[in-house]
Write a protein that binds this ligand. Structure first.
Ligand code: AMP
Length: 390
């Protein structure tokens, strides 16, 4: 698979699919991490005298009222500040104005095209990878660079569609993500997997794929309770994924040495922060109690495996990290892995958000920018956005 460094960009109309899907409030960008992450590829294209045409989606467009709040205009402004040069924003995703602006570009010029999902208003053309739309966008350029890791697991017109018609490659952000994730293909051992989050159902593919390679899978978060239930423990009102009790039972039976479950948990009687919590052994839960975090003995147990890890990957928080009281388990393990320089990859989504708020994100070996994309990679599934480039 080609990377941007292998392409001749000189004077070429270079279409770059970025991920500018940033959180917005009242028309303002709340967090510009995704924009800054795209800068190295854009700068490289400019330095190599390309004519740069940027595409991205922003939020979801289901009805006309979604258009204004998902307008990419504020991103163009932020890009101008970060790049120190003008960015021409085209308010439409197709048509005369866009075509003429591209026609008159000089090398090093930059255009940002309106939110690709504006096309979803008319029969989900972007999200359903409408053939004509992909071909149309491709007709605007000479080269396609995909640098939007967050959508690589989806076949959309702005990634798979364009790539089907043009010489294509990946940008630096996708390259960096893949280089980190590739270390898990044939991992060094001990290879430790940490899983948390709400539902077992979301993680079945990951467990099935990684359990063969991993030395241990440390399970916390809400999903641990379905595993505990399958072992016959009383879990009270803790989160239960009833349909997957049999799956949990089967995995534990097949890999009894590999699956490590909590031995103590922080319990309370209400899903809120109002009540005081108690730390209890997992054998002591009452019918009206629920576990919202792992306990200190479980933290020590998890650390005892992580300390020797040659590589580790972590998906999903170990407790209800949105509540101050129940973010401790997640934070203590984050603190441990960063202080001890354990080579760990955070698999996007909630665990990266948790690491970011607690100040650990920049200290870990790799924090992935794509939740769904990383999860599908960990499931061993082919990623359509990459396949189209290969
Ligand atoms: P996921 O998207 O699967 O990674 O799940 C993340 C969500 O899991 C977060 O919103 C957490 O609040 C939730 N979660 C983690 N641990 C628990 C728990 N013990 N009980 C209920 N929800 C939990």
């Amino acid at each position: 698979m080609k990377t941007i460094k292998q392409m001749n960009l000189e004077n070429k109309k270079t279409l770059i699919r970025c991920d500018f899907n940033v959180p917005m409030k009242d028309g303002k960008i709340i967090d510009d991490t995704r924009i800054t992450a795209a800068i190295p590829t854009i700068k490289y294209a400019i330095d190599n005298n390309a004519k740069v045409i940027l595409f991205s989606h922003l939020g979801r467009i289901k009805e006309a009222s979604d258009l204004e709040k998902n307008n990419l205009a504020p991103v163009a402004k932020r890009l101008e500040e970060l790049l120190g040069q003008p960015v021409t924003f085209i308010e439409k995703t197709r048509g005369e104005e866009l075509e003429s602006a591209i026609k008159h570009m000089k090398s090093k010029d930059i255009i940002l095209v309106q939110n690709t999902r504006y096309e979803d208003l008319d029969g989900k053309k972007e999200s359903k990878n409408d053939k004509d739309l992909g071909a149309y966008w491709a007709s605007l350029g000479d080269i396609f660079v995909n640098d939007a890791f967050g959508t690589i697991h989806r076949a959309h017109a702005s990634n798979v569609g364009i790539a089907s018609h043009l010489q294509s490659c990946i940008g630096f952000l996708i390259e960096k993500e893949l280089n980190a994730l590739k270390e898990l293909d044939n991992p060094k051992h001990p290879f430790i997997v940490v899983l948390g989050g709400a539902k077992v159902s979301d993680k079945i593919g990951v467990i099935e794929n990684l359990v063969k390679k991993a030395d241990k899978i440390l399970i916390g978060g809400g999903m641990a309770f379905t595993f505990l239930k399958s072992e016959g423990y009383e879990i009270g009102n803790s989160l239960l994924d009833e349909e997957n009790i049999d799956f949990c039972k089967k995995i534990i039976k097949e890999y009894p040495e590999k699956i490590i479950l909590p031995i103590d948990v922080a319990v309370t009687t209400e899903y809120s922060e109002k009540e005081e919590y108690k730390t209890k052994d997992i054998t002591e839960l009452e019918y009206n109690e629920m576990g919202l975090d792992i306990g200190p003995r479980t933290e020590e147990l998890f650390k005892s495996y992580l300390k020797d890890a040659k590589i580790a990957v972590w998906n999903g928080p170990l407790g209800v990290y949105e509540f101050e009281k129940y973010k401790q388990g997640t934070n203590h393990i984050l603190q441990f892995v960063t202080e001890n320089n354990i080579k760990i990859i955070l698999g996007g989504g909630d665990i990266v958000a948790a690491a970011s708020t607690a100040g650990y994100k920049d200290k870990v070996y790799h924090a992935s920018t794509g939740g769904g994309a990383t999860l599908e990679y960990l499931e061993g599934k082919p990623l359509p956005g990459l396949e189209a480039i290969k």
